[in-house]
Design a protein around this ligand. Structure first.
Ligand code: AKB
Length: 332
């Protein structure tokens, strides 16, 4: 596969006549179904395969091919890639920050051993590989406001350590074997119709459902904890645009993307403009608070804006208005 590095002609999925065949791992997490919808609109329903180790719940409208894939089973992965002629792999399987601190062995297995399988499969079969990184790849000794693309990265969570490992391994495989590795550092992602699975930024999704359903919310972070956040549509569009960017335009392989930043207090104030009766109490979870206190408050993303035209659309007020409309109209 090192010969890819010197390939003269563009890879086949660059032509309109021949769209990529995409496999999404961890497809039933917060982002997979939404990304599959977007990619299916662009490349055709049957060219995007969603996969997970669980059965899709009945309320999940994934509307296209869905299969079992276990990233810890190399043979299973290889069979899927070969049988479906996969050319792009979006690797969304991961154990998130808060769950990872409660089960380090599982996080290490999924986030590090699983990633090794993914890197090997992608290299062996000449795939374009997208792996998300995160604000969690920074730590207390990183510059916080904003965190630059290149800086000290000494995270204090197994999730963060595994994501720094993914960034470094992917970039190494790119240089060593020509792997078309692409990585975005996502902020906390806010979505209406899918739930996050055990992160530190989850409060900023849960508060909307609580606000609409009960009018009360207990927040597990301190009211002044400022973190970078992004509405899911911006995140998924960034991912598609970055995946489609010509390799020659990418001066790096790991990019920060930034949209907005807010504290729980800012978010409550904005939601109360639509739902003035919302009552919020604070009951801080020390594990999540310690994680959040070591994360940046914003990401510096001029390289993404310069190299492949990244531009966010949702600031705090658009994000809140859109979330409340989606949830109130039952689109969840
Ligand atoms: C988490 O909170 O663990 C994730 C993330 C910011 O990577 N949402």
């Amino acid at each position: 596969s090192s010969s890819q590095h010197f390939r003269a002609s563009p890879p086949p999925w660059c032509t309109d006549a021949d769209p990529p065949k995409v496999l999404i791992t961890g497809g039933l997490g917060q982002l997979g179904v939404g990304l599959a919808k977007l990619l299916r609109r662009r490349f055709g329903k049957n060219n995007v395969i969603l996969s997970d180790i669980r059965k899709p719940p009945s309320h999940v409208d994934h509307n296209g091919p869905f299969i079992f894939s276990d990233i810890l089973d190399y043979k299973n992965l290889r069979e899927i890639v070969v049988n479906n002629n996969i050319s792009w792999l979006v690797h969304y399987s991961a154990v998130l920050s808060a769950v990872g601190e409660n089960n380090v062995a599982l996080a290490r297995e999924v986030n590090i051993t699983g990633l090794h399988n993914i890197l090997d499969i992608a290299t062996e079969h000449g795939l374009r590989l997208f792996v998300p990184s995160t604000i969690g790849a920074f730590g207390p000794s990183s510059p916080r406001d904003p965190a630059p693309e290149l800086c000290v990265q000494r995270p204090r969570t197994i999730y963060g350590v595994s994501k720094v490992h993914a960034e470094l391994m992917g970039e190494y495989y790119h240089h060593r074997y020509g792997l078309d590795f692409r990585c975005l550092r996502y902020p906390g992602i806010i979505s209406a119709d899918s739930q996050p699975g055990g992160g530190t930024t989850d409060y900023a999704v849960q508060i909307f459902h609580a606000a609409v359903k009960t009018g009360r919310f207990e927040c597990n972070l301190r009211g002044d904890t400022r973190l970078p956040m992004m509405y899911i549509d911006d995140c998924l569009r960034a991912t598609l645009e970055f995946l489609e960017a010509p390799a020659a335009s990418l001066l790096g392989r790991t990019y920060n993307i930034n949209a907005t930043s807010f504290t729980p207090r800012d978010l409550v104030r904005e939601i109360q403009k639509g739902l003035p009766d919302l009552e919020v109490t604070y009951n801080v979870d020390p594990i999540r608070q310690a994680i959040a206190d070591g994360w940046p408050m914003a990401l510096e993303d001029t390289a993404a804006r310069r190299d492949w035209g990244w531009k966010h659309e949702y600031g705090l007020s658009e994000l809140v208005r859109t979330m409340l409309t989606h949830i109130a109209t039952g689109n969840q």
